[in-house]
Design a protein around this ligand. Structure first.
Ligand SMILES: C[S@@+](CC[C@H](N)C(=O)[O-])C[C@H]1O[C@@H](n2cnc3c(N)ncnc32)[C@H](O)[C@@H]1O
Length: 351
């Protein structure tokens, strides 16, 4: 007698294998993940009376935030997301409710949805309200995200695995497109388990990479490096990127989804440290979602900005905003190249 068995699931392909090249990009997953902020954004705007205020007097971000005692950055991220969702229209920098918002989001109207939005109010709505009213990130229930990872290995390792899952496909796409001929040493700052460094090292057998991150990534990183057989070419260095020394003489310094976690002052510190770590003919690489005029219309990209403000206090920056930061830190020749899904690579060299 033969017994039927469920076939074993296929082993996941490591990032950078040919199977990835034909796969669709991650935009559908990004759409789904960022959609968790859609209701909170509308519910918070309703609770703060913003639709009624903008119906009475269309305003720009500064005027609205000033009149209601709100945080400017939190308000700006919220309004852009509401506009991308179709609740606000913007003309000449001034926001006003769209016909759908006028029909359903003005208190006192017969079709007002406020009580229904109240039914959906949850912790995430509280987090968004905190960012919009005070500008401070909510992190994990009001506790800072990185400090929490330092105290709770469970939170830290869960986040680390999540980042690896999120970054595996963009890392493989970058590795397939980036020419690293002549590049011997790469430093990936705040690289998590080294998802990008591993994909780049796999594609470039001459490359040696160092990944700098907090100690919480250590266990997961060593397991993945051993599995990928890259432990001899990708080294993990744990420490605080703001205070601990970085290895110098690097051909490339890479920030992947890092600058978007920090305010301008912290970014300047990181970029100045990158400038010092690079060889004279080295290159800076910044890989992240880069909002352009088209992306401003995307609920996913604008929702991502709100998610960053809520979790880390960071922000997505446009190419002109990044260029200004890079220039101030001593870089020149800033250029952007679309790479994968919503992601782009910004490159620059020491001035
Ligand atoms: C958004 S994750 C990006 C991880 C990785 N670059 C990627 O794209 O998958 C940000 C990383 O910054 C790290 N990080 C935060 N504060 C840090 C610090 N002070 N020093 C070093 N790493 C830090 C976190 O541990 C986390 O791995």
């Amino acid at each position: 007698m033969t017994t039927s068995r469920a076939p074993a699931p296929p082993a996941p392909s490591p990032p950078g294998t040919p199977a990835d090249a034909a796969a669709p990009d991650d935009r559908l997953l990004m759409d789904t993940f960022m959609s968790q902020y859609r209701l909170p954004a509308v519910a918070v705007a309703d609770r703060l009376g913003l639709f009624a205020a903008l119906a009475a007097a269309p305003s720009d971000v500064g005027a609205l935030a000033g009149a209601h005692g709100l945080d400017r950055h939190g308000t700006s991220v919220l309004l852009e997301f509401l506009a991308a969702q179709g609740y606000l229209a913007v003309h000449g920098g001034r926001y006003r409710p769209t016909p759908s918002a006028r029909a359903f989001l003005l208190p006192g109207s017969a079709r007002y949805w406020g009580p229904m939005l109240g039914l959906g109010w949850d912790e995430r709505c509280t987090a968004v309200q905190q960012v919009v009213t005070t500008g401070t990130p909510h992190g994990y229930r009001g506790k800072g995200i990185w400090e929490t990872h330092g105290r709770s290995r469970r939170h830290g390792e869960q986040f680390t695995r999540a980042m690896h899952a999120h970054s595996a496909a963009p890392a493989a796409a970058l590795a397939a497109q980036l020419d690293l001929a002549g590049c011997a040493a790469l430093l990936e700052v705040a690289g998590g388990v080294g998802t990008f460094a591993m994909a780049l090292a796999r594609r470039n057998p001459h490359l040696k990479a160092t990944v700098l991150d907090l100690p919480v990534v250590e266990r997961e990183a060593h397991r993945l490096l051993a599995d990928a057989d890259l432990a001899d070419r990708v080294a993990l260095r744990t420490g605080d990127m703001f205070t601990d020394p970085w290895p110098h003489g690097q051909d490339r310094v890479l920030f992947a989804d890092v600058l978007s976690d920090w305010d301008d002052e912290r970014c300047r510190t990181l970029l100045e440290r990158a400038r010092a770590a690079l060889a004279a003919d080295g290159r800076l690489l910044v890989h992240q979602v880069l909002p352009d005029d088209a992306a401003r219309l995307s609920p996913t990209v604008t929702g991502y900005s709100l998610a960053l403000a809520v979790m880390t206090g960071g922000r997505l920056r446009t190419l002109p905003e990044l260029t200004a930061l890079l220039t101030a830190a001593g870089f020149t020749d800033c250029a952007a190249l679309p790479v994968y899904g919503h992601y782009a690579l910004v490159t620059a060299r020491p001035a």
